[in-house]
Design a protein around this ligand. Structure first.
Ligand code: G
Ligand code: G
Ligand code: G
Ligand code: MN
Ligand code: NA
Length: 249
């Protein structure tokens, strides 16, 4: 409750920040994309995770203006970073909003970001929601030329039917599998299988939460396309990311 009013205040005062984490091509080691991640530095509590404040924003309705700010800010920023794609996490309430696809189209136009450079991250649970038509929303988004990624793959229902029925361009393998690659043979088998599945379906595969050289080497052996994680680069503010793009690797 207190957090909810603090969040309203922080948003109104412009105290929410967007940080960006690189996605790296496993073969070439080039930065090929960035994922926008929201950050809130609370005056008393310090950094509050988006996993905590996004659900609050959803229930109090703040997610709509916040989501607009997020998409406009991230697209305008990414338009200044040629050559990288921009990944944006879509919240369930945003995805349910009947105006979402139209708003995405308008934002691409107003910011000048090429549609093919925007990638929207959706989680499996959002496809189950019967209160709207997820397939129609995804098709309307695809019609704008944006790409769709399935985020946190492996943590939800992981129905393979979703990969067939919905127009995904990318699978993001959840970090809970990637983080135990060296120690858990089952996790290694799952990651290997998901990479093969993605390849045979013509989807890009990205492994999240890569924290060690060994994990990256495993992904290279399995021909996973992209890697994201602290071993490569942390999420960082736009100024630092601009500098990193200029000096990478
Ligand atoms: O960056 P961090 O690990 O703290 O993010 C925690 C969770 O919050 C992740 O699941 C991430 O997808 C989500 N998240 C981060 N930024 C955003 C955002 O801007 N919008 C939405 N909907 N979720 C976000
Ligand atoms: O749910 P989503 O995949 O969007 O969340 C991404 C989250 O993962 C972000 O909050 C980001 O801060 C976090 N993250 C990014 N790289 C790593 C990593 O190497 N290890 C861990 N534990 N978390 C990471
Ligand atoms: O963990 P990382 O190297 O990204 O943190 C660098 C600094 O960025 C930290 O000292 C912290 O103050 C700040 N920071 C930005 N966002 C976050 C966040 O979501 N969680 C934490 N722990 N620190 C963050
Ligand atoms: Mn994500
Ligand atoms: Na994820």
């Amino acid at each position: 409750r207190q957090l909810e009013s603090d969040l309203h205040e922080a948003f109104a005062a412009g105290c929410l920040e967007l940080h960006y984490q690189p996605l790296v091509d496993v073969d070439s080691n080039a930065i090929v994309g960035v994922e926008a991640l929201m950050r809130w530095n609370h005056p008393e509590r310090g950094w509050v995770s988006p996993a905590v404040f996004i659900p609050i924003a959803e229930t109090c309705g703040l997610i709509v203006p916040m989501g607009k700010w997020l998409l406009e800010t991230a697209c305008a920023q990414a338009a200044l970073w040629p050559g990288v794609t921009l990944a944006v996490n879509v919240s369930p309430a945003q995805f349910r909003d009947g105006d979402f696809a139209r708003f995405v189209g308008e934002t691409l136009e107003s910011t000048g970001l090429a549609p093919s450079r925007l990638e929207l991250e959706i989680t499996e649970g959002m496809l189950l929601d019967e209160s709207h038509k997820p397939l129609e929303t995804l098709q309307a988004l695809k019609a704008h030329g944006v790409r769709i990624a399935m985020d946190d793959f492996g943590t939800g229902y992981s129905s393979l039917g979703y990969l067939r029925s919905f127009p995904f361009d990318k699978i993001k393998i959840d970090r809970s599998f990637v983080g135990i690659l060296e120690t858990d043979p089952n996790a290694a088998a799952i990651v290997r299988s998901v990479v093969a599945l993605g390849r045979s379906l013509g989807m890009v595969t990205t492994a999240e939460g890569v924290e060690t050289r060994e994990q990256l080497a495993f992904l290279a052996d399995e021909r996973c396309d992209q890697a994201q994680g602290y071993y490569l680069a942390r999420p960082q503010d736009p100024l630092r990311l601009t500098a990193l793009l200029g000096t990478w690797p």
